[in-house]
Design a protein around this ligand. Structure first.
Ligand SMILES: Nc1ncnc2c1ncn2[C@@H]1O[C@H](COP(=O)(O)OP(=O)(O)O)[C@@H](O)[C@H]1O
Ligand SMILES: [Mg+2]
Length: 261
């Protein structure tokens, strides 16, 4: 289990995480749903140990992530992969060099072995014959898949995905969604996905957690969420603009802000 307890994070006086608590099971797919600007990326950064929360704890097995610093995070980092929201491929490196980078950084493996491992990871994401191309020569969906191959480079037991399908056309988005499901079902990889794509979550998640105003609004299986009698939850999953959640530009930060109407 990965257990999150009373996590809090402010940016200035803006409470982005305001006492978030929930648990995720290993070898399952958990989708964390939230609106844009709702603190999803912040939560992921705290989960990978890149950002310290103001309060609260995250436990993964016997490790308490929120207490670890610098090199103490290495044993955890070796177990996890991360697919960033914005590709983060290195443009001056080929596909094969990008995917091989974490292997070269974290292991002393022979170059021939690295090449074989890279081939295997690219095969897993359906991009076997693209090793020598550069990121700029690939479509957005293919870049995502290369980034995924790189996230898988060190055979992680857990992969975090930040908005893996945003900005992709629906067919390419479905390919990525199916890849996530396959990684979980075929390899047993724990998948934690933050997204605002409700349908994708409903299709493959074992568990859905909805974040709203810095707190957990609801959690459960897709079926339980669908049957929730809470009008906020219903509005969340149907995306209906008319409901208890109203949208308006906030004078404070000029972003979509959520208000109870
Ligand atoms: N480093 C930062 N400093 C100040 N405000 C930030 C910072 N990072 C994010 N924010 C703000 O915190 C809120 C949540 O951001 P984020 O976690 O990126 O949300 P999401 O990923 O759900 O869109 C947003 O209003 C954003 O502008
Ligand atoms: Mg984000």
């Amino acid at each position: 289990m990965i257990v999150i307890e009373d996590l809090r994070k402010n940016y200035g006086d803006r409470k982005v995480l305001d006492g978030v608590s929930f648990a995720m099971e290993r070898r399952k797919i958990t989708h964390i749903l939230g609106t844009s600007g709702g603190g999803k990326s912040t939560l992921l950064k705290v989960m990978i140990g890149a950002l310290k929360p103001d309060a609260g704890r995250i436990r993964y097995g016997d490790m308490e992530i929120t207490n670890l610093q610098g090199r103490q995070l290495d044993p955890y980092r070796k177990k996890i992969g991360m697919l960033f929201q914005h590709g983060a491929l290195i443009n001056s490196l080929t596909v094969a060099e990008n995917v091989g980078l974490p292997i070269r950084e974290h292991t002393g493996l022979d170059d021939n072995i690295v090449k074989i491992m890279v081939k295997m990871k690219l095969e897993m994401v359906g991009l076997r014959d693209f090793e020598e191309l550069y990121p700029a020569q690939l479509s957005g969906g293919m870049q995502k898949r290369v980034a995924l191959a790189r996230a898988l480079a060190l055979d992680p037991e857990l992969v975090y995905f930040d908005e893996p399908t945003s900005g992709l056309d629906p067919i390419v988005a479905s390919v990525i969604t199916k890849l996530i499901a396959d990684l979980n079902r075929l390899l047993g990889i724990t998948c934690i996905v933050v997204t605002h794509a409700v349908e994708e979550a409903m299709r493959i998640a074992d568990k859905i957690v909805i974040l709203y105003r810095g707190k957990v609004l609801a959690q459960g299986t897709p079926g339980e969420i669908r049957e929730s009698s809470d009008p906020l939850v219903q509005q969340f999953i149907t995306g209906n603009p008319d409901g208890p959640i109203s949208f308006r530009a906030s004078s404070k930060d000029y972003r979509e802000d959520l208000l109870i109407g």
